[in-house]
Design a protein around this ligand. Sequence first.
Ligand SMILES: *[C@@H]1O[C@H](CO)[C@@H](O)[C@H](O)[C@H]1NC(C)=O
Ligand SMILES: *[C@@H]1O[C@H](CO)[C@@H](O)[C@H](O)[C@H]1NC(C)=O
Length: 459
Amino acid sequence: MKYKRLGLIVAFCFVSWLVLAFVIFSENSLKIEGDESKKGLLLKHIQKLEMQISQQEDTYKALAMKLNELKQQANRNTGHAHLKEVLQTLELRTNSITNHKSNPLVIKKTSREQSVVLPVLVFSCNRPDIRRSLDGLLKYRPDAKKFPIIVSQDCAHSATSEVIQSYGTQLTYIQQPDQSEPIVPPGEFKFRGYFKISRHYLWGLSQVFRTFNHTAVIIVEDDLDVAPDFFSYFSSTYKLLIDDPTLWCVSAWNDNGKASLVDIKEGNQLLYRSDFFPGLGWMITKKLWDELEAKWPRSYWDDWMRRPEQRKDRACIRPEISRTRTFGKIGVSNGLFFDKHLKYIKLNEIPVDFSKHNLSRLMQSTYDLDYVRHVYSLPVVSAPDVRTNTNLPFDGPVRIAYHTKDAFKSAAKLLGLMDDFKSGVPRTGYRGIVSLFYNGRRVYLAPNSNWKGYDLTWS
Ligand SMILES: *[C@@H]1O[C@H](CO)[C@@H](O)[C@H](O)[C@H]1NC(C)=O
Ligand SMILES: *[C@@H]1O[C@H](CO)[C@@H](O)[C@H](O)[C@H]1NC(C)=O
């Protein structure tokens, strides 16, 4: 049994690694005191262990290559469903070993990333229920210095103001001073709320970056619940946002994050790139604000962000399972959308310590190779077959192909996905690809592999 043996080797490597990691940690936690020679000896010991780890790494790489070869062979023999299954299990196991292995190394971070202050800016107006949001933030906030909370209130609504002030020094309270009626073009009077929101965002964000001089910000609104690992998520993805110039935001929101469309059991650590700006709990840097501030729009700021002139082909990171959920039914955007869609979004409950994860596969250079190649290597099936779970004679991920707007929309409707486009981009889309989890199976709704970019006329 070739595969059994391979499995044994993998398991053996994992165990050896665990032992090594344990030894390293115990060595590190020894009180380093006494004379220099003791220190020198310790250093030597550590170096030796480091070398052994790197040798182990080579072994893993060799194993992974071997596994890949076998997989390709299995793919050629398409009849061997069982063989594929065995290989998939093995691959999953190798991946989990690789993740464990990299943990001690990922923890090393530069002081800049560790010390960066990530304020949470809460936009508020006339909802005393903001208490629920603030309680959630305070409940899960691991560090008040690293994550100061700034509540910016518009509307001068006194009941809301009282609630905010009741938190005392746990937060910083600022008020948008301009309470004049915004000038609204004829015919848009009923949308004047959107003009006020845009004005408030402009003011609040410039406070954070110009007055408080922060280098990044996490933006939420007064009607959001946050997940227990909300802060871990943003603090660990910050490095990606800084290192990858093709990213412009991190969002806590999956627009297609209904419980029926995500992998609740195992998807809590899954993250993606998205060309669609999701909002609803999002992080940007001052550098981006320097770019946007001068041209900030007078209304509809979120759709403005989604236009190509602003987005400039940059992506956001978003999770499989949302780290925010909105509880606000009455707001500027209508309650209908809440009842039909928003209230079904699943909030993550099983916390992930993202600082222990290697997120570098989300960098564009790696992701575009691995993710895109993976999606286009999958068997193509039809949306109706996925919906009814029929005519799919194999387990594992599949792809549904689309090449017109209507084909996308009808597949999306059938599967319960959001079917709208903003500036040609479908919600959660990355290079046109929308990922979902359906009947226990990963499914990608993907354009042709010769995809040339988004079509602005798709709306
Ligand atoms: C703002 O922060 C930057 C570093 O991030 C610093 O160089 C600058 O002096 C600060 N400005 C003010 C007004 O505090
Ligand atoms: C993280 O993963 C990438 C591959 O995506 C790899 O090249 C890199 O070495 C890993 N980093 C660590 C510290 O393990």
